[in-house]
Design a protein around this ligand. Structure first.
Ligand code: SAH
Length: 482
C-alpha cells in the first residue's frame, strides 16, 4: 500500500495485538502497528514509518471503543520502561489474548487441526501484581533535581540506554524496593560510583536480586566493572544488607566487558551461602545465581502440575527432561516415573540439580551437562548399548524397551534445536510434553514433530508474565502409531 505517507492521519480499527503489546490495525490488508492501542478501538493515528508490508503509526485519539478492556495502568512508567507491555489492558483480556495467541500460532504456523485438539482454559494468576522473584536493575549516575550526580536504578527507556529511575516496580516482590534503596544509599554513603557506559569507567553496573517465595530467602548480587571495591566498602555493604530479613546470600560478580550481557564470568561470595533455597510443591531446590529459575513462583506450581498431568505417568516410565535447569521438572516427575534423565547446558544449574536430587532423597534421576542437541544422542546410544548411563548399573546389558516413554522439553524462546527434534523422533517416545515460552517457535517445532508422526492432543496456556506480553504454554503430543 503505497498511498500512505509519513505524518498522514488515518482512522483505523484495531483488530489484534502484536508481540510487544502494540495494537495492530489493517488498511486494505496493510498492517499498521500502533503502540498503546487496543483491539476493539477505533482510533485516529499519525503514520510514522512505512515499510513494504507494514508500517508504524502513533495514536492521536480514541474515537470509539467496544469492549476493549482499557484500564488505567498502575505504574507511572508503564509503556515507557519496556517491561509491562499490557498494563493498560484488563487482566481477563490479557488472558484471553494469550490463550488466543497460542491457538492461532499452533493452527496457522504449526498446521494443527483446531478440531482435534483439546484446548484447555488458560491458568491465570489470582493476583497479577508483585509476583516476580527475580530483578535485574541497571545502575547509573544521573543528575537529581538539584543537579547533584546520584546513583539511580531503574529501567532502560525502550530501545535506548537512558534510565527511568524506578525502585518501586508493580510486578516485583516488595523486597526488591527495600534492597535497591539500601544499595543506592550505601553507594552514596561510601562514594561508590555507578558504571559509566560511555567511558567504560565507574563500578556498579547492575543489581541482581532473587527472592525465594516459600522460604523468604533473598540473594543479592552486585555486578561490578572491576574488582576495585575496598574492604571497608564491602564491610559496610554486608552490614547494611544483612539487616534485611531473609538475606541469605551476597555475591559480587565481576563483569569488565563492554557488553549487554549482565553477568560476567567471575563470581565472588561476599557473605552467606552460595545458593538460596525454595520449594515448589513438596520439592525443595537450591538455586545458584547463574541457574535459570522460573520467575513466577505461584504459577510455576500450576505449570509443573500441568506437565505432570500431561505426562500421565504410572510409575514404570523412562522420562527425559531436556533443558532441565536446576532439575525442577525432573524432580517433580521422578516420584511417578521409573527413571528420569535431565539435560542442561549451564554447569552450575546441573550442580544444583544433582544436589537437589540428594536434598529430596530422590535416587532415580540422572543429570548430564551440555547442549541437549549434542549430548542426548550420545546418552541415548550409551543407554541402548549398556542398559543405563552408568556402566556399573546393575541392569547392565539388559535390553530395555523403554529408552524414552515421555520426553519433556522446556527450551528458551528460540525453541528446540532441529538436531534435537530429530533425535527425539528416533527415540520415539509415546508422549512429548512441550513447555514453551514462545508460541511461534512452539508452532514451528510442532510442525517438525508432526512430520515425524506426532499429533497435538492437549494444550494449556499458563500465565507466568501478568501485565507483560510473553506467553507460556504446555502442549501434549502423542505418537500417532503408538
Ligand atoms: N525446565 C527448567 C528450565 C527451563 S529454561 C525450569 O522450568 O526451570 C531453559 C533452560 O534451557 C535454561 O536453563 C538454559 O540454560 C537451558 N538451555 C539453553 N540452551 C540449551 C541447550 N542447547 N541444551 C540444553 N540446555 C539448554
Amino acid at each position: 500500500m503505497d498511498m500512505l505517507k509519513k505524518n498522514q492521519e488515518v482512522t483505523l480499527r484495531i483488530d489484534d495485538l502484536g508481540n510487544n503489546g502494540e495494537g495492530i490495525g489493517h488498511m486494505d490488508g496493510y498492517a499498521l502497528f500502533v503502540k498503546g492501542a487496543l483491539p476493539g478501538e477505533i482510533i485516529r493515528a499519525k503514520i510514522m514509518r512505512c515499510k513494504k508490508n507494514y508500517g508504524f503509526a502513533k495514536m492521536t485519539e480514541i474515537l470509539q471503543s467496544v469492549d476493549a478492556g482499557r484500564v488505567e495502568p498502575r505504574c507511572p512508567v508503564a509503556g515507557k520502561c519496556g517491561g509491562c507491555t499490557l498494563q493498560h489492558l484488563a487482566y481477563e483480556k490479557q488472558l484471553a489474548y494469550k490463550q488466543k495467541k497460542v491457538m492461532e500460532c499452533l493452527v496457522r504456523l504449526g498446521g494443527v487441526d483446531e478440531e482435534t485438539v483439546e484446548w484447555l482454559p488458560i491458568y491465570g494468576m489470582d493476583e497479577p501484581w508483585h509476583y516476580r522473584n527475580k530483578a535485574q536493575f541497571p545502575i547509573r549516575m544521573q543528575k537529581d533535581e538539584w543537579g547533584e550526580n546520584c546513583p539511580v536504578s531503574g529501567f532502560y527507556v525502550e530501545r535506548t540506554h537512558n534510565i527511568i529511575p524506578v525502585t518501586d516496580c508493580v510486578i516485583q516482590h516488595p523486597c526488591m524496593k527495600e534492597i535497591l534503596e539500601l544499595v543506592l544509599s550505601w553507594m552514596q554513603e561510601q562514594h561508590v560510583p555507578a558504571y559509566d557506559e560511555e567511558n567504560h569507567s565507574g563500578l556498579v553496573r547492575h543489581i541482581y536480586i532473587r527472592h525465594a517465595h516459600y522460604t523468604g530467602q533473598i540473594m543479592v548480587c552486585l555486578v561490578l566493572n572491576s574488582r576495585e571495591l575496598h574492604p571497608e566498602q564491602r564491610k559496610a555493604l554486608v552490614a547494611k544488607l544483612t539487616q534485611i530479613h531473609g538475606v541469605a546470600s551476597i555475591f559480587l560478580n565481576i563483569n569488565p566487558k563492554q557488553t549487554n550481557v549482565i553477568l560476567g564470568e567471575e563470581m565472588e561470595l561476599l557473605w552467606g551461602e552460595e545458593y538460596i533455597e525454595d520449594r515448589i510443591g513438596d520439592i525443595h531446590y537450591h538455586i545458584s545465581p547463574q541457574s535459570f529459575y522460573q520467575v513466577n513462583p505461584m504459577q510455576t506450581e500450576k505449570l509443573y502440575q500441568t506437565v505432570l498431568e500431561f505426562a500421565g505417568l504410572s510409575g514404570g516410565e523412562t522420562v527425559w527432561d531436556l533443558y532441565c535447569g536446576i532439575g525442577t521438572i525432573s524432580l517433580f516427575l521422578a516420584g511417578g516415573a521409573k527413571k528420569v534423565y535431565g539435560v542442561e547446558i549451564v554447569p552450575e544449574a546441573i550442580q544444583n540439580a544433582r544436589k537437589n536430587a540428594c536434598l529430596n532423597g530422590i535416587g532415580n534421576v540422572e543429570f548430564a551437562c551440555g547442549p541437549a542437541e549434542e549430548i542426548v544422542p550420545k546418552m541415548a546410544e550409551k543407554i541402548r548399548s549398556t542398559g543405563n548411563l552408568m556402566a556399573e548399573e546393575e541392569n547392565r546389558g539388559v535390553a530395555r524397551t523403554g529408552l524414552a516413554d515421555v520426553v519433556v522439553v522446556d527450551p528458551p524462546r528460540k525453541g528446540c534445536d532441529g538436531a534435537l527434534l530429530d533425535t527425539i523422533g528416533e527415540m520415539a517416545p509415546d508422549k512429548i510434553v512441550y513447555v514453551s515460552c514462545d508460541p511461534a517457535t512452539l508452532a514451528r517445532d510442532v510442525k517438525v514433530l508432526g512430520a515425524k508422526g506426532y499429533r497435538v492432543n492437549k494444550v494449556r496456556a499458563v500465565d507466568m508474565f501478568g501485565q507483560g506480553g510473553h506467553v507460556e504454554s504446555v502442549c501434549l503430543l502423542h505418537r500417532t502409531d503408538s
